[in-house]
Design a binder for this molecule. Sequence first.
Ligand SMILES: [Zn+2]
Length: 98
Amino acid sequence: MHIAIDLPLDEKEYIDRRCPSLECGRHFKVVFDDWRNKVPDERAFCPYCRFEQDPQEWNTPEQQEHIRDDARLANQRDPRHAPVSPRRCGGSSGAKHG
Ligand SMILES: [Zn+2]
């Protein structure tokens, strides 16, 4: 699984996670490599309540803000590339003049 976003880690390379369940919402830390390598692409689960959700949904509010800022900066730098494209480009590109 590939995570392109640069999130701040603490000195032991733990990443803060927050359970997206409204009933739980607990914060916990995981080793970032574990999160990346052991969590399936589709679902992560909370160690407290076993709530399952898309791995992208486990950001703390601070991290979400950081991601928003990053996305905005990336868009400003390179407006040709959308941050997330739901579909692939057909393949052929390049228009002829004339
Ligand atoms: Zn939970």
